[in-house]
Design a binder for this molecule. Structure first.
Ligand SMILES: [Zn+2]
Length: 339
């Protein structure tokens, strides 16, 4: 299963900054050590043209040149630097690459960061510079349209289970019927002015595993009734965990894993490719956040194996080692891996 990272582009933060930047490198270390089935690849930067599918040219220019005004920069929560811009572009690139890999027959692929759902078309917010899921959605739709002239647009469901509402994503797709935005989030948590998604489910403070899973089940039923996606982008935030200092919910590790399994199983049952991003996670103990994320990969590998078995049944003579993902170029391209 392919997963893309950009944590080696260090975003310089002042000492004592509350964002746990180290979690990204730590997740990569743990995946490399424990799950060799996860093929880690460096994310490529999203271009201006790609970003412009979901962001205004003025905002892209201001981020690129460092000319955002002080209050807009404060709303993002990171100081500007060339590295901040580069990292934000690569985090979008990682979700793009994950979507391409998932859609090229892998079934599932991941971004080790991403899920920056508070970014609007014209501004960033809440540690989110560019909206990776929004850009990747629009780009996958454009690539799909090039290859399938008939049959309508690629329909994308963004299932956002980060504990905070996906306000930027909801705003970007507010009038777009080809994208379904679903957000399950803490009612009393940031952002305090929420944007209407296609489906919003508000959860009370202290919500535990059982209540959460019931809400998720109802939400997936409603998604099923209202929309027929061709691609799922899943924001697997670790911040609903009981050990999170910002989350206000009380999901256990088992609860988070059941949540991941339910979403991935839902997509698998419908044979929908699924790309996932890690989104938020602010554990009092950073290792707890990383553990929840590693658990997400364990579940994903289970479903990835089912997709691989399906591909083998469809093409029994194909080599058992499927491929390495060639990251250069704009379209999906497979190469046989050396044994
Ligand atoms: Zn969050």
């Amino acid at each position: 299963m392919h997963a893309y990272y950009a944590d080696h582009f260090i975003l310089p933060l002042p000492s004592g900054h509350r964002f746990p930047m180290a979690k990204y490198g730590r997740l990569r270390e743990r995946l490399a050590a424990e799950w060799p089935q996860v093929r880690l690849g460096q994310a490529l930067p999203a271009s201006d043209g790609e970003l412009a599918l979901a962001h205004t040219p003025g905002y892209i220019g201001a981020i690129s040149q460092g000319t955002l005004d002080a209050s807009a920069q404060r709303e993002i929560g990171f100081p500007w630097s060339p590295a901040m811009c580069e990292r934000a572009r690569r985090s979008v690139g990682a979700t793009i690459q994950a979507c391409r890999a998932a859609m090229a027959g892998e079934g599932l692929a991941a971004n080790l960061a991403g899920g920056t759902h508070h970014a609007y078309a014209h501004k960033g917010s809440g540690f989110c510079v560019f909206n990776d899921a929004a850009v990747a959605t629009r780009l996958m739709q454009a690539e799909h349209a090039r290859h399938h002239r008939a049959g309508g647009p690629l329909r994308v469901a963004i299932i956002d289970l980060d504990v905070h509402q996906g306000n930027g994503t909801a705003s970007i797709f507010a009038t777009d019927d080809s994208v379904f935005t679903l957000s399950l989030h803490g009612a009393k948590n940031f952002p305090f002015r929420k944007e209407p998604s296609d489906l919003d489910v508000e959860l009370p403070d202290g919500c535990g595993d059982a209540e959460y899973m019931e809400a998720l089940e109802r939400a997936l039923d409603e998604l099923e009734r209202r929309f027929e996606p061709g691609l799922v982008i899943y924001l697997a935030g670790a911040d609903p965990h009981e050990g999170d200092r910002l989350g206000r919910l009380k999901l256990s590790f088992d609860g988070l894993e059941a949540r991941d399994r339910r979403v991935m199983d839902w997509a698998w049952q419908r044979r929908l490719p699924l790309a996932f991003a890690m989104a938020g996670g602010y554990g009092t103990d950073m290792e707890a956040t990383v553990q929840a994320q590693v658990n997400t990969y364990r579940v994903a590998l289970d479903y990835h194996a089912r997709w691989a078995a399906l591909a083998r049944r469809a093409a029994p003579d194909a080599p058992a080692v499927v491929a390495t993902w060639a990251t250069a170029g704009t379209g999906p391209r497979w190469q046989n891996a050396a044994p």
